[in-house]
Design a protein around this ligand. Structure first.
Ligand SMILES: [Zn+2]
Length: 60
């Protein structure tokens, strides 16, 4: 395996990380109640996933 010969300077390290930016989480909307839901997860409000009730939601 390659081993770095020199320690990366603070400038080079920070230049590399300057391109790393936080991105907004990709959220969809529940087709049942319209609440924002994370992908591959049951809706936190109505507890439905792909049109079926899979868990008890907090319907208020
Ligand atoms: Zn829902």
């Amino acid at each position: 395996m390659g081993v770095p010969k020199k320690r990366t300077s603070r400038q080079k390290r920070d230049q590399r990380r300057a391109h790393w930016k936080a991105t907004a989480p990709n959220v969809g909307t529940c087709p049942n109640c319209g609440e924002p839901v994370l992908p591959h997860r049951a809706c936190p409000k109505c507890g439905q996933y792909r049109g079926k009730a899979v868990q008890k939601g907090t319907e208020d």
